[in-house]
Write a protein that binds this ligand. Structure first.
Ligand code: ADP
Ligand code: MG
Length: 446
């Protein structure tokens, strides 16, 4: 590995260990200039930053770098003269290169849960599954490119990432890039704008597995297709693997260059169909297990009967979970039926009520000022309306606890949760509270 690539890997690792801001402001500004077993010289174009970086991140950088070099090199920091071509050096890496470490795989690029083990197989996706596992077992050998297409939510992204996980598990040093067609497009456009396409190309020649999700996005963008074509060829010629997903067949992708289309059609093209009832049930059970939800099979079937889109399956499951937690009730048929019933209605009914309107309604109902309602004073005459406010925002507007906290000026979500639970409990015992909530709701929702 040359120093530049090594540094990219080290930076990708560091990115996982510090906050986004720290990484962007400090660490991403550095470069590895020279490296021996004893010393690593790290450069930074801004002299002012060097001291800070050295002071705060010396140990962290050293430790991270040395895990890759397997040496105990000390760090030396040096100022670099800024390069004339602005933007060329301070740019963040174009793509994240995945490598062996587990922590690396857990970064934003790959979803840890999207593995083959967590993928349920049925007639609609059996071929796709077989193809993806074959590719993962021997990349670059059998199907190149491997092209997967199908509608929204059928599991294309899941399968592609599962292949990525498996490839990295078998061969941790595989130079693998996973990105979406949109990201790929943006990076190329930026590279062209900054005149850094050379960097871009060099980087790609090193890759031996390229996975692009939703490739249909590059259609009609000539410069992007051009770059992609060359990238594709160079990876393939070097024996690497290309895997693509799309919502359509290559033939159906409008404005896709003929030469790309014929490249795509030269590999293996497989479609994934919409999941049937059994598969939806299986998906639910897998997702429930991941979230530690004890979901009996008949309840999974009840959801699967009513929800067809796999993406919504997970949404419903999350709702079941939060509802049972915030209201402190068991996950049973009644709860699920009420959620399934609501999800249909609610969308049109309550969407138009804004959080601000709820604040106003609660304040006017209790005849207190907005500032008193939103403020922090703990007197019961304010605290109680506030808890009602949390309750309505959470259960009627379906705002996530975090969002409610943020909306009310940075309140902790546990405070909100506490309030929501309190009101839920009172509602079952206290008729006055029930009257209050009903009164406010009828003002808001008619
Ligand atoms: P696509 O990329 O085709 O739009 P995704 O891969 O994003 O679909 O899948 C949507 C959701 O459904 C994800 O949460 C995914 O894990 C889940 N999913 C889809 N198919 C399966 C399957 N066969 N087994 C397990 N989960 C699945
Ligand atoms: Mg997808």
């Amino acid at each position: 590995m040359d120093t530049q690539t090594l540094w990219q890997v080290v930076l990708a690792d560091l990115e996982l260990q510090v906050s986004k801001a720290v990484f962007k402001t400090f660490l991403s500004q550095t470069k590895l200039l020279t490296l021996t077993d004893q010393t690593a010289t790290i450069g930074c174009a801004q002299p002012l930053l060097i001291n800070l970086i050295e002071k705060r991140y010396y140990q962290l950088i050293k430790k991270t770098l040395n895990t890759y070099t397997k040496t105990n090199a000390e760090l030396v920091f040096a100022a670099m003269t800024p390069v004339a071509k602005k933007g060329a050096d301070i740019k963040e890496p174009l793509f994240t290169i995945q490598h062996s470490m587990d922590s690396q795989v857990s970064n934003i690029r790959l979803n840890k849960e999207y593995t083959f083990e967590n993928f349920a197989v049925s007639s609609s996706n059996q071929m796709a599954y077989a193809g993806a596992t074959a590719v993962a077992k021997s990349p670059g050998v059998s199907y190149n490119p491997f092209f997967l297409y199908g509608g929204v939510g059928v599991g294309k992204t899941h399968l592609m990432q599962a292949a990525a996980h498996a490839i990295l598990k078998n061969k941790p040093h595989t130079k693998l890039i996973y990105c979406t067609g949109e990201e790929f497009t943006n990076e190329i456009i930026e590279a062209i704008g900054n005149k850094t396409t050379g960097f871009f190309k060099r980087k790609y020649r090193r890759v031996n597995t390229l996975l692009i999700d939703d490739i249909q996005f590059i259609a009609g963008k000539n410069a992007v297709q051009e770059e992609f074509f060359h990238t594709f060829n160079s990876i393939q010629q070097a024996g690497g693997q290309v895997m693509l997903t799309s919502d359509r067949t290559p033939e159906e992708i409008n404005k896709l260059e003929a030469r790309l289309r014929s490249r795509f059609e030269g590999g293996l093209i497989i479609d994934i169909g919409p999941p049937d009832f059994e598969l939806r049930t299986a998906i639910l059970l897998i997702k429930a297990k991941q979230k530690n939800i004890d979901l009996p099979i008949d309840l999974a079937k009840l959801i699967a009967t009513n929800i067809e889109n796999p993406r919504k399956l997970e949404g419903v499951l999350i709702r079941v979970l939060t509802e049972s937690q915030t209201r402190n009730i068991p996950i049973d048929k009644t709860l699920i039926e009420s959620i399934l019933g609501k999800s249909a209605h609610e969308a049109q009914q309550k969407n138009h009520v804004k959080p601000e309107e709820v604040v106003a309604a609660v304040a006017s109902y209790f005849q207190i000022k907005l500032s008193q309602l939103k403020g922090g004073r703990r007197d019961r005459s304010y605290a109680f309306p506030r808890q009602i406010l949390y309750y309505i925002l959470r259960l009627e507007l379906r705002m996530p606890l975090m969002d409610i906290g943020q909306f009310l000026g940075g309140r902790d979500h546990t405070t909100i949760l506490y309030g929501v639970r309190k009101i839920s409990e009172l509602l079952s015992t206290d008729t006055k509270v029930r009257g209050d909530v009903l009164g406010i709701k009828s003002r808001l929702f008619g």
